[in-house]
Structure formats: C-alpha cells, structure tokens
Design a protein around this ligand. Structure first.
Ligand SMILES: [Zn+2]
Length: 469
C-alpha cells in the first residue's frame, strides 16, 4: 500500500492531471491517473505541485537580529558588515539558536526545505559555527541545512581567520567560503581565492564565495575563481555568489569572462532583494540596479540560482523566507518578463538552487525524495505573480506544514461573494477526499464551501486513514 497518493496535480513542466505516488518517503510513480490503495489520498484539483523551494544563499547566523544593537543608517553593505561586527561579541548560543530555529519554522511554512547558509568564522570562539551545527542537527528531519565557512572580515585581512576557517571545517561545516573583494588589495583578494580553492580541493569540499559584491567594475575576482576552479579540477563544485560588479563591467570584458565561467562550470547565485537595495548607494542618477547579468549567464549555459541572502538582519529589514518573493524581485530587476524567462525565475529558486547545493534525490520523479509543496497557483508564473499560498508542504512523504486558502470575501453589489485573484479553478484548494462535502472534482462555488475545504481534516503530520478506491 502507498503512504500517499496525490491526484490531479499540475507540475512545473506543464503536465496536468498528474498523480504522484509515495511510499517510505520516496516518490514511486509519477503518471496520469495512477490508481492504487494509499493511506492518504489528496485531490490537488489542478493546483501546482512543485519540488520544494531551495535557498542557495543565506546568512542564518544573523537572521532575525534586525535592530540589534542598532539599525543600518546608510543602508550600505559596508555599514552592515560594521554593524554585524558590533553584534558579534554580544551573541549568545541560546539566542542565535532560537532565532535560527524560528526562521526554519518560517521556511518550512513557505515550502522552503533546503538552505545553504554562510556562517561567519571570524569570531575565534566559533560560537555561531557551533550554534548552527546544532541547528542543522535539530532541523535535519525536515530541512536540509548546508553550512559555508565564511570569513566575513577577510581570510587574509582578519587575524586568525584562516585557522578559524579550518577549525570550522574540522567541526563539520560543509563548504569553503570567501570574500575576495573585502581583502585589503586586489592582489590579496586573488591570493585568497587561490588559497581557499586549494583548501577545498585538498578536503574534497565545494566552494561558495561572496565574489565581487561591489559596484566597482574592476572587481574581477570571479575571473580568478573560474581559473582556479579549472586548474584544480573543481568544475561543477564552485559557486560565485552576488557577482554584482558584473553589472558595471565593460561589455567587451564580460563577453570573455562569461565564456570562461561557463567553461569552469561555475554556478552563479544572484541575491535580488539584497543587491537591489545595497548596490548603487554611491550613485546619484542614473542609479545602477546592482544585480549580476542573470539572463546573459543563463544564455551561456551557466546554472543561476536566486538566494534570499538576508531576512531582518544588519543588511535587510524585511523578508519572511518566501522564495517566491525572491523570484518576483529577480524577475523585475533582470527584466525577465517573457513566459520562458519567468519560468526560469521559478527554476532559480527550485531546481537550479538544488544544483548549486548538490542536493541528491531532488525533483518530481520516481526515486526522488517525496518532498514537495502544493501551491495555490495554476503554474510557475502564476505562483510568482501571487507569491502563492503554500497549501500543503510534505517532507519525505509526511505533511509538515499547511496554510489556509488565500481568498477575500467581497461585499459588493452584483459581484461574486469572494475572490482568490485567479480564475475560479485556481481558487480550488487541495482537499482530502474524505473531507470533501461532495464527490469528484467539482469545484466549490460558494465561500462557505471554499473555507471548509481549506481547513485540513487532520493535524499536520498525523496519518490519515483515508484509503484510495
Ligand atoms: Zn551573502
């Protein structure tokens, strides 16, 4: 018997009326109209079923600390770094763990089930490293947390940073980080890239560097990152994060650079919410947008993901763990408005980000982990448009979060009684067959029925005894 059978789902690739069958935490079948006995049967009523959201770039050690010990007045990256420096000595493991755990709750509720977080290793106590390793252990049953050893103050610039970084890796941090544009000179920046890539190659680890997060068109460390990746045979295992200086670079130089990045199979991560606010702060007008060249990188075959980077911390006051908000901003900043480009923005917070992290068994096909999210949307573009409600979120086949249908009651003459900002068929919620007040796939047409369908008949995580016919 199956553990879970979902009917009538639309998949991100456009297939409709699909069934997804789950046993022992894995997907065992994806096909139209599967029939088999199952513990729980869900009629998705044509809504979008997607693999979970993935955030390829985050800072969980700083999250939810906004206002501690004060607010960033200039709004710049550099004041944010200085402010974080003021906060670091005040951190306690308990507070850091509590904030990170609360953020992971937000993430799961938004269908975000894998996060790559940088963790600052420049504090010799490695307090944040220990705290986030503990968080990683605690959330492992429901969220994949991958940690990057990130020398925020520069691995060569900050005394003891290299030793601290190595100690963090010894403790179990997964990925080697860096920040070449923050080293004292361009030469030191290049030296840091070489050193850190060699360290990763020695230890068999991936690399993810904050690289050229600057408006300076001459910040060109990504060139060295591509070179070292190729020299050390790290192709496909190295990520350049931010890469914002590329927006200001000379076009001729970029035409050479992107080809070198593609050859090295670098991954690129843009952080649209953060870089549209942090970059261009020294400009009057025209004011630069400050995001890397996403469509051009994609066109060259480079894997590009969008990261959230910050939520309520010294660099950014907003955010809620919603990767559709990230995709929405990325779409606008990069002017990716064609149907195909908008779908690429959805990929940037799902499959592309999973590729950056090297996640195994990610996706909606037989053999993959039964991790997915049911969205109140008819397709990926609709999901971005609405920052769609996550009706249900499953991890390894187990329901871990659910939200009520988003809709408003209308009190207007000669108008419908409610709206959900889509065609009526979009507004139909997921519903357990047992709970349906009517048989089949008929769609609810009045507010009371919609509201009753949106309520789950079972608490999250508890098995339902409904059997398939
Ligand atoms: Zn970052």
């Amino acid at each position: 018997m199956l553990d879970l059978l979902i009917h009538n789902a639309t998949l991100p690739d456009g297939r409709t009326a699909m069934s997804v069958a789950v046993r022992h935490g894995k997907i065992v079948g994806v096909a139209p109209g599967l029939l088999a006995p199952a513990q729980t049967v869900i009629d998705a009523q044509g809504q979008l079923l997607s693999p979970p959201f993935v955030d390829a770039h985050f800072h969980m050690d700083a999250t939810l600390s906004y206002g501690l010990p004060r607010v960033n007045q200039s709004g710049t990256l550099l004041e944010g770094i200085a402010l974080w420096g003021e906060l670091k000595p005040l951190l306690t493991p308990e507070a850091l763990i509590a904030r990170a755990m609360a953020y992971c709750d937000w993430a799961v509720a938004k269908g975000l089930l894998a996060i790559r977080s940088h963790v600052d290793v420049c504090d010799a106590r490695l307090l944040a490293v220990d705290a986030l390793l503990e968080v990683k252990r605690r959330v492992a049953p429901y969220l994949d947390l991958q940690l990057v050893a990130f020398p925020q103050d520069g691995v060569l610039r900050a005394p003891g940073a290299l030793d601290n970084l190595k100690r963090a890796l010894d403790k179990g941090v997964d990925v080697v980080g860096g920040i070449p544009h923050f080293e004292r000179t361009s030469e030191q920046g290049s030296a840091s890239v070489k050193l850190l890539c060699e360290l990763a190659a020695e230890r068999g680890l991936r690399v993810d560097m904050h690289c050229d997060e600057s408006d300076d068109p001459l910040s060109r460390h990504v060139e060295t990152l591509a070179f070292e990746t190729q020299r050390l045979g790290l192709q496909g295992r190295v990520t350049g994060s931010h890469l914002t200086s590329m927006h200001s670079m000379d076009n001729y130089y970029v035409s050479k650079l992107i080809a070198l990045m593609a050859q090295a199979q670098l991954h690129a991560v843009a952080n649209p919410l953060i870089n549209i606010t942090l970059q261009g702060r020294h400009d009057t007008y025209p004011k630069r947008r400050g995001m890397t060249r996403v469509p051009e990188l994609l066109a060259a075959g480079i894997n590009v993901a969008f990261g959230h980077d910050c939520v309520m911390d010294p660099w950014y006051a907003l955010g809620s763990g919603d990767m559709l908000e990230v995709a929405h901003m990325g779409l606008h900043v990069a002017q990716m408005t064609s149907q195909a480009a908008m779908r690429q923005c959805f990929d940037a917070v799902t499959v592309n980000a999973a590729r950056v992290m090297g996640l195994e068994n990610y996706g909606l096909e037989a053999g993959c982990n039964a991790d997915f999210v049911l969205l109140q949307a008819r397709d990926p573009v609709d999901a971005i448009r609405l920052r769609a409600t996550r009706l249900k979120v499953w991890r390894h086949g187990r329901l871990v979060a659910e939200s009520a249908l988003a809709q408003a009651q209308l009190h207007l003459p000669d108008r419908p009684a409610q709206t959900a900002w889509g065609a009526l068929s979009n507004a139909a919620p997921a519903v357990n067959r047992r709970a349906a007040p009517f048989p089949g796939r008929r769609l609810a047409t009045n507010p009371e029925r919609l509201a009753s369908l949106a309520r789950s008949p079972q608490p999250p995580g508890e098995p339902d005894n409904t059997h398939a016919d």
